[in-house]
Design a protein around this ligand. Structure first.
Ligand SMILES: Nc1ncnc2c1ncn2[C@@H]1O[C@H](COP(=O)(O)OP(=O)(O)OP(=O)(O)O)[C@@H](O)[C@H]1O
Ligand SMILES: [Mg+2]
Length: 251
């Protein structure tokens, strides 16, 4: 059965989309069949995989609206992609009267999940319907956290959200772990927040993965629409990404 992992943090700019692409790539390099799903109307994941959102004939939005097979763009940087465009921002309004709307992504993925080892969901930075759909469809949730106060706060908010979703909508949902990211070891505040994150989640027996440093090469790789490991296979951040991918195979 596919592991369906929601990359989630209510706070913005935590590295969700970057990690979705990079971990998707490493998982595929390890021999897994990987699908990534853009669930954010800003469509950065779609763009990052060289698909132009404004030129899409169909997107995840159409699949969610009609509960039909989603469009899949195959074999981009090692992964398959279900793209999004700005239409997705109309999801809440269009489905507000629909009973069981939270389960629509789960239903759509059921049609294709047997074809994959991993399905990675790139969630938007909020708690609107698209995020709820992700957390309902997911088997696991993975939380990227910047090593700043904003990141620590995002982590606390996440725990409340997790409790809510697991009590009311998806009791099977597991926390795959926390990924401290955009970590700048030259800043004492980052060191302090990394310790806070490691200690507080260890107390709750939630795995904290190796920290991913802050490197402009992530943006350079993004600019070239390729994963970091393709941009620079010897980059220092490639090893922790590889380690995290390996650990996700046993969550
Ligand atoms: N480890 C890193 N080092 C340096 N820059 C990074 C790193 N990870 C991500 N970035 C950059 O930080 C910005 C935000 O990253 P990203 O878009 O992945 O976050 P996000 O959580 O998906 O944001 P949003 O909440 O807007 O969806 C991007 O410009 C990305 O290139
Ligand atoms: Mg994003």
């Amino acid at each position: 059965m596919a592991r369906i992992i929601g990359f989630f943090n209510q706070a913005s700019s935590m590295g969700k989309t970057t990690l979705t692409v990079n971990l998707g790539f490493h998982l595929s390099q390890r021999g897994n069949k990987v699908l990534v799903v853009d669930m954010d109307s800003h469509s950065w994941l779609t763009r990052l995989l060289s698909v132009e959102p404004n030129e899409l004939k169909t997107s995840i939005f159409d699949a969610l609206m009609a509960e039909k097979e989603p469009p899949i763009h195959k074999g981009i940087q090692g992964v398959d992609l279900i793209p999004a465009n700005r239409e997705l921002s109309a999801l809440d309004a269009n489905l507000s009267e629909e009973k069981n709307r939270q389960f629509r992504l789960q239903k759509v993925l059921k049609k294709i999940e047997l074809e994959y080892d991993f399905i990675l969901l790139d969630c938007p930075p909020n708690l609107a319907l698209a995020s709820v759909m992700c957390l309902v469809a997911a088997t696991h949730v993975l939380v990227p956290i910047e090593t700043t106060e904003k990141g620590v706060q995002g982590a606390k908010d996440f725990l409340v959200t997790f409790q809510n979703i697991s009590q009311n909508l998806n009791p099977q949902l597991k926390i795959a772990g926390i990924i401290p990211t955009r970590y700048d070891g030259r800043k004492s505040i980052h060191k302090l927040k990394l310790k806070t994150i490691q200690n507080s989640f260890a107390r709750a027996e939630i795995p904290v993965y190796p920290a991913i440093g802050f490197y402009t090469d992530f943006e350079n790789a993004w600019d070239n629409a390729i994963p970091l490991a393709s941009y620079n296979p010897r980059h220092i951040a490639v090893k922790p990404l590889e380690q995290i991918a390996q650990r996700l195979e046993v969550v």
